[in-house]
Every structure is written in C-alpha cells, then in structure tokens.
Design a protein around this ligand. Structure first.
Ligand code: SAM
Length: 458
C-alpha cells in the first residue's frame, strides 16, 4: 500500500496525469545496464550480449536489460564491461556533461553508479574525487571503481563541509546525488517503501541544502553542479534547489537538454522550466529529478587556490622498491605508461596517482589512485585493480577464453586452469573475449588462481 500523504502529494503535482501514473505503478519496473566506456563501446558490448538490447533513449551507453540476461552472473560483468543501473539514473551524469581532463567531484558517490559513468566520460584523463559519508557503502564503491578499471579516482569519506575547506574553488563539475526519501523507487524496490516516513522529508531537504552550500564553495567560476534525487517530493527537489539559488546569487539554473529526453517533464515552480522530472508513466524508467546550476564567471578565472601535492601518508617509492616493480613490469607488461609511471608507496602497497592531486592531509582517504600491488621483499604481487585497469594487449602472457566457457566459470570460482602448450612460467592475465578478469601464476602448464578472493563468483 502506498502511503496516503505521498499519494495526496502526487495527485497535487500531477493533476490530470495522476491516473496514468497510478497505472504505471502497477507495471513492472525497468532495469538496465550501462556500457563501461573505459573498456568497450556500446556496439561491441551489444554484439557480445547477443540479445540485441534496446537502447536507453537519453543515454548513448545505456541498454534496457535484455530478457533472460543474467547481468550479474555473466563473465562480461566480471570483466567490468558494464554497470547494472536503473535507466533513469543514467540521466544525471549525462546531464552534467563531463569532458576528459576535468576535475570532477561526486559528493554522495556510493555505491558508484554515477561515479563509474563520470569516470567513463573522463576517459582516464583528469581527476575524479568520489566521496560518501557511509564507510560500509564505500566498500562497494571501491570495488565498482576497480572492476571498471578506473585509474584516476580518489575516494574520500568526509562530511562535505570539511571537504569544502580542503578544496576551495577546485572542481569544474560536481555531482550531488542527494540522499532522499526514495519515492521514485517505490515500484522497483518495496524495501524503500518500508523505510519511508513523511517526517524524514524535511531532514533530507535540509541535508540537500547543506550539500549544495558545500558544493558551491568547491566549484570553480564557470563550473556546474548537477543535483539529482530519486524522489518525487517537491520539498526535497525544487524547494531545496530554489532555496539555495535564492541565497547564492552567483548561481543560476541552466536548462537541461539531452538527446532522447522527449519524455522528461519540466519541474514545478518559478525555475521549473529548467529542471527535469522523470516519471514512470512518461518514460521507461523510475522516478528521478535533475537540476543543473551554473556558477557565474569563466574557468580562466579559476585561481587554482588549492595546493597541489601528494597526501602525506604516501611516500615516493624508494629506488629499491621501484626496481622490484620495474622487474615485474619488464617481464610481464608491455604497457609503456606503467614503465614510466611515478610510483608511490604506503606500507608495502604501490600506487600511481592521478596528476594534479590536491593536498589531502587531514582528509579520510579510502582509495588513492591506482593500487598496483604489494611488495613482498624482492617480489611484486600485482593487484586485482591493476589487472582490471590493463588491457590484454598490455600484458605479455594472456589466457583468453570465451565468456560462456567452462574455463571462465572455473577461474571466477577460484579454481586452477590448464594452460595451452608452450606457456611460460610466471604471471598471466586471464581474460574473456580479450578483456581482463584477473591474474594467474603459471607453473609447468598449470595456472594458479590469483583472482581476488572477495570477488569470487558464487
Ligand atoms: N550516487 C550513488 C550512485 O549512483 O551509486 C547513489 C547515492 S545515494 C542516492 C546517496 C548517498 O549519499 C548514500 O550513499 C549516502 O551514504 C550518502 N550521504 C548521505 N548523507 C551524506 C552527506 N552528508 N554527505 C555525503 N554523502 C552523504
């Protein structure tokens, strides 16, 4: 049963469309997958799925879930070729319009649907900072970034007000996917309905105002904020954004235009022309709200007023530590960027960092750049994250199997594999359809499984 206050609010908002909305709520929800641009194009992915998936109109990388396709079980998922995402949720990062090389903040990022989409838009260039206050949800975010092969992300766990002190005027683009009452998810997830309480709406609206104020401090002149929620509630949506605009005269709302957005509705109230609403009776997707806010000025006014340096907890790797990695790279890798990369160390773990990383002292870091692997005295043990960030062309020894093969299932379950005759002892990258799944170590024709134990397939 839908809550009565909620239904009254929907009737007030929708007027004559309320009946169509109620009928849509009795239809099945829409699921989707979004191509990971860092690894594959949508055309290549749809050929591998072999089910001719239907595209999501407003997201060139998105597909509706093909009938019978078990997206979370496929080896293509374990190769990080797509993210399982509700189709309406694909609109937010799309509307922010990120370009390679920009500095981007995803302020409420876990579990990473929109972060992985932003990373795809950056194409490996620039800096992505992903933040969330929930440590438990951040675990999933780190896994999703690693699975997607993202090299240029840093993950923080901070209250936005504290982040704002570290990054004044730093970012070109900021995405705020705010915590909300989740009314737009009622059809998809009945648990959201159980947790719903009309009393929490004011709390979420206040949180959104705080998030917007912190984001405003971190945005460079000429920069853009994308504010989104998955609720229909006007207090949480238009009222939060309008309240922010009323007290921040250097910001104005920008109209959102996406290819394929014909079914999107405008928002409500004075600025509603510029905002967008996704309703399940108008689009094949769940409920979403989008607003883009632009800060006056142009990016050349960006004073770069943040000191750029590496975090104190990371040290430049000592020569001997670099040599251990270079030995591994020389015999296992072909990838030039890693041969020349600047290496950093924390404990026994080696990293590369995205360029232009600001001073992060005092900020709680959960992930810093790309984790390359562990130093074990004179040996180097490459990480799962490194495997996912490479292509099979970057590695000298590859064991590649079709995604429907028994070998791939055995590998993802942690079993050993037999290598083809002529294989060399040492590291090999196990791939499916030419996309990495993880490492193995070959000894006399048998590949010992080095797949991340926490990622094993059930
Ligand atoms: N953007 C995510 C995605 O696409 O996968 C979903 C984000 S979810 C709608 C909202 C997130 O906001 C939750 O993960 C929650 O932990 C986080 N959150 C709640 N309060 C916050 C705050 N004050 N600052 C930062 N994050 C917050």
């Amino acid at each position: 049963m839908l809550p009565i206050e909620y239904l009254q609010h929907m009737e007030e908002l929708l007027g004559g469309e309320f009946g169509a909305y109620l009928r849509a709520m009795d239809e099945p929800s829409h699921a989707g997958i979004r191509t990971n641009r860092l690894k594959i194009t949508p055309g290549e992915l749809s050929r591998l799925i072999e089910k001719e998936p239907e595209g999501v109109p407003w997201c060139a990388d998105g597909f509706y879930m093909p009938d019978g396709f078990r997206a979370g079980k496929s080896a293509l998922y374990h190769a990080g070729l797509y993210y399982i995402q509700e189709p309406s949720a694909m609109s937010a990062a799309q509307a922010l319009g990120v370009s390679p090389g920009e500095r981007v903040l995803d302020l409420c990022a876990a579990p990473g649907g929109k972060s992985t989409q932003l990373a795809g838009a950056l194409g490996g260039e620039g800096l992505l900072i992903c933040n969330d206050v929930s440590r438990s949800r951040l675990k999933a975010l780190v896994k999703n970034l690693e699975l997607a092969g993202v090299r240029n992300a840093v993950v923080t766990c901070e209250e936005p007000r504290k982040l704002a002190r570290a990054f004044p005027g730093f970012f070109d683009k900021i995405l705020i996917d705010a915590p909300c009452s989740g009314e737009g998810m009622f059809r998809k997830d009945r648990d959201v309905l159980k947790a719903y309480s009309a009393q929490r709406i004011e709390f979420f609206a206040r949180t959104s105002r705080d998030l917007l104020e912190s984001a405003a401090l971190m945005l460079s002149p000429g920069g853009r904020i994308l504010f989104s929620t998955c609720t229909f509630n006007k207090t949480e949506n238009e009222d939060s954004v309008d309240g922010f605009l009323a007290s921040n005269r250097d910001f104005s709302p920008a109209e959102i235009r996406l290819k394929g957005d014909d079914g999107f509705a405008k928002g409500f109230g004075g600025n509603g022309e510029n905002y967008r609403r996704l309703f399940p009776h108008r689009v094949h997707g769940e409920g979403h709200f989008l607003a883009v806010l632009e800060k006056r000025g142009n990016s050349s006014q960006n004073e770069n007023n943040v000191s750029v340096s590496m975090p104190k907890s990371l040290k430049r790797a000592a020569r001997s530590q670099q040599a251990v990695f270079r030995d591994f790279a020389a015999y296992a890798l072909r990838d030039d960027f890693l041969i020349d990369a600047e290496l950093y160390v924390m404990g026994d773990t080696l990293y590369t960092l995205p360029p232009g990383l600001p001073n992060l002292d005092g900020i709680r870091l959960v992930k810093t750049g790309l984790r390359l692997g562990e130093l074990r005295q004179s040996r180097f043990e490459p990480s799962q994250a490194l495997a996912m960030a490479l292509t099979c062309r970057d590695v000298k020894q590859v064991a590649d199997f079709p995604h429907t093969s028994a070998e791939v299932v055995k590998y993802l379950k942690g079993e050993t594999l037999e290598m083809a005759p002529g294989s060399q002892d040492g590291w090999a990258l196990v791939c499916t359809e030419g996309y990495p799944l993880g490492w193995g170590k070959v000894l006399r024709g048998i590949l010992k499984n080095k797949y991340n134990r926490n990622w094993l397939m059930d």
